[in-house]
Structures are given as structure tokens and as C-alpha cells.
Design a protein around this ligand. Structure first.
Ligand SMILES: Nc1nc2c(ncn2[C@@H]2O[C@H](COP(=O)(O)OP(=O)(O)OP(=O)(O)O)[C@@H](O)[C@H]2O)c(=O)[nH]1
Ligand SMILES: [Mg+2]
Length: 337
């Protein structure tokens, strides 16, 4: 009988460093093993997949909202296709930072997957600075992600002072059923051995409260990666749920953006979150901003053939003026009039 595939959920709030952590794990995995990644994003234009492809990962994306909200169907289809295609030795799942991982856990523990997957610890990343900010601590998603954690990991500790350290330590010691372990890291530097902590049962405060916010029935069919219709230069997709809004654009690969203009716009952009993989006159670049802090990285040459189009997604807790942002973006295209 084929052995069960060790599987972990790596969760945490929007922009905490989940994709950075998965990238780190993939770079340090045993060379002879295949690790596959399922990424679910809030935005309709998936970006994390392109980011993970920059480390040549086997990635399958489920964009466009919380995967658990459609009774697990998009996730099941994506997961089954991924398992059949890549025959992984290990699976890592990154749910959306605005999602509720408990439904994903329930699906993975269900009848079908219990003969396929060995679900191990859920690792929840927390930015300790957010523990003193009620916009986060009162957010049901944030609370649920901490509740389902088996292992709690403080990330971005390079940005933390003693107050934040104390807040995280207090969090760790506040649970009736203690977590399996807790760690402090920077730049998502998870140790692969932490994936092997076992899973424990958790009580979640807000079960299924988000399902009523589900988008329309069109979402009930698996809608994998968005692609550009023939003869279109670009498309725009918007999404909203639970007080968060996203707006994303997908551009033809032939279009080239002005690096400096794009950098200027994104470094001052007032959004909670921006992610982009863009063809610029300086090369293929990844832009990643969380709460106004922008990081920019060139995509290595060897990973470029998997990344065809340019894509950008912005997320905020206020409505986004899609038309105004679109005209700024279109003006950064080289040769735009
Ligand atoms: N200062 C600092 N920045 C970090 C650290 N880890 C990640 N980042 C940055 O935080 C931003 C978000 O990182 P991601 O890994 O994309 O976060 P995520 O949780 O996958 O984001 P979503 O998928 O949008 O929820 C990026 O700009 C990272 O470079 C860290 O330890 N310290
Ligand atoms: Mg991510």
C-alpha cells in the first residue's frame, strides 16, 4: 500500500510571511524529494504561484477567495490534480491570509483524504507587532488562525522590540491546551523538522461564520488560474469578502512596464497589501508590499520560462478605486500615451 503523504497547513494573516516561509522550506528540502504546494489566494489573479515558481516549486493555485467556502470542492480538485501529476513526498498548503483554515483541516481529515494524506501540525505565523493592534486581534480570521495552530511561529522578529516579544510570549502561554511548540524566526526561516509535529484537536471560536459571505454561484465551479482571453491586452478582476477588497490585473507578456515608475507608485501606494510579478525594462521583477513596506526582487533567469504574463494584485480593507489605479498602472507601460 502506498504510504500517506505528510501534509502541513502553513497559515497566518495577510502578508505575515507564509509564501516566504514556504519558499525557504523548498530551498532547504532534501534534493531527492518532491514537495508540492497548494496556494489559495484571496485575490482573483493569483500571484503567490508565480512567486513560488521562482524557486521551481510544483505549485497549484486556487485564487479568488477562501477555498473552504465552496465546501472544499475547488481545493479537492486542485489537490487531486496536484497529487496525480506530481506524486509528492510532501504537501504544503498555504490558505489565504484572509481565510479560515479549520474547514480546510476538516476536508483533509475527511473520508477521502484519510487514506491519502497524513495531516501533521498546522503552523501559524504571527507578526508579534499585530498583537497590540485591535484591527488584527479583533479580526475573526486572525483569531481562528491562532486557534487552529499546533505550532505558533513569530515571524518578522527583525522588526520586533521587547514589548512585541512579551506580547507573543503572553499569547503562547494563554492557551488552555498548550501549543506543541513556539518559535521566533525572521524571513520565514522555518525548520523542516517542525513540520513533523503532530496535529491536535482545537476548538475554534468562529466556526463557519464566513460562509454566508460567499460570493455568487459562479464561484461554485472550480475556477483555476485566470487567463487572458485572446486579443486582450489585459484583464481586471475584483473580489470582496469579510470587509476586504482586492483588485488584480493580468497583462500580456509582451507589455513592458517602466521599472522606476512602477517602483515609485508601489512604494507610496496606500494599500494593506500589494503583490506583483511584472515584466519591466530592468527585467522580470517581484514586488511585494505589506502595510507600506515594499520589497523588490528580480526573478532568477532559470525560473522565468514558467512565468509568462505580468500580474498585480492589491488588497485593502477599504474599497479600491479600480479605475483610478488602473489608469496609473496603464501609464507605467512603456510606450503608453
Ligand atoms: N522585515 C521582514 N519582512 C519579511 C519577513 N518575512 C517576510 N517578509 C516580507 O513580508 C512581505 C509579505 O511576505 P509573503 O511571504 O508574501 O506573505 P504571505 O503571508 O504569503 O502574504 P499573503 O499570501 O498575501 O497573505 C514580503 O515583502 C516579504 O519580503 C521578515 O521576517 N521580516
Ligand atoms: Mg502568500
Amino acid at each position: 500500500m502506498k504510504s500517506l503523504i505528510p501534509t502541513n497547513i502553513i497559515t497566518g494573516f495577510l502578508g505575515v510571511g507564509k509564501t516566504t516561509a514556504i519558499t525557504h522550506l523548498l530551498k532547504h528540502k532534501p534534493q531527492d524529494e518532491i514537495w508540492s504546494v497548494l496556494v489559495n489566494e484571496f485575490g482573483e489573479i493569483g500571484i503567490d504561484g508565480a512567486m513560488l515558481k521562482s524557486v521551481n516549486a510544483h505549485v497549484r493555485e486556487v485564487p479568488g477567495g477562501c477555498i473552504c467556502c465552496v465546501a472544499g470542492l475547488p481545493m479537492k480538485i486542485a489537490l487531486n490534480m496536484m497529487i496525480a501529476k506530481t506524486k509528492p513526498d510532501r504537501i504544503l498548503i498555504e490558505p489565504t491570509g484572509l481565510g479560515h483554515p479549520e474547514e480546510i483541516i476538516n476536508t483533509l481529515l475527511g473520508e477521502y483524504y484519510n487514506t491519502v494524506l497524513d495531516l501533521r501540525a498546522t503552523l501559524t505565523l504571527v507578526d508579534p507587532r499585530k498583537l497590540s493592534d485591535s484591527r488584527y486581534t479583533e479580526n475573526a480570521n486572525f483569531q481562528d488562525q491562532i486557534a487552529v495552530a499546533d505550532v505558533l511561529v513569530a515571524n518578522k522578529t527583525d522588526e520586533c522590540g521587547p514589548e512585541e516579544r512579551r506580547a507573543f510570549d503572553e499569547l503562547v502561554s494563554s492557551f488552555e491546551i498548550p501549543k506543541q511548540a513556539s518559535f521566533w524566526i525572521e524571513q520565514g526561516q522555518l525548520e523542516a523538522s517542525w513540520l513533523d509535529f503532530p496535529r491536535t484537536e482545537h476548538e475554534v471560536k468562529n466556526p463557519k461564520h464566513h460562509q454566508k459571505n460567499r460570493l455568487g454561484p459562479q464561484r461554485e465551479l472550480y475556477n483555476a488560474n485566470v487567463s487572458l482571453p485572446e486579443n486582450e491586452r489585459f484583464i481586471r478582476r475584483e473580489n470582496s469578502a469579510n470587509g476586504f477588497y482586492s483588485c488584480g490585473w493580468l497583462f500580456q507578456p509582451q507589455l513592458q512596464f517602466d521599472f522606476n515608475q512602477l517602483f515609485g507608485w508601489l512604494s507610496g501606494a496606500p494599500f494593506l497589501r500589494v503583490k506583483a510579478v511584472m515584466h519591466t525594462n530592468e527585467g522580470l521583477y517581484m514586488f511585494n508590499a505589506e502595510n507600506g513596506v515594499l520589497s523588490v526582487n528580480e526573478i532568477p533567469v532559470q525560473s522565468r520560462e514558467d512565468i509568462l504574463d505580468s500580474r498585480i494584485e492589491v488588497i485593502d480593507d477599504k474599497t479600491i478605486d479600480a479605475d483610478a489605479n488602473e489608469s496609473i498602472l496603464l501609464n507605467t507601460i512603456l510606450g503608453a500615451t
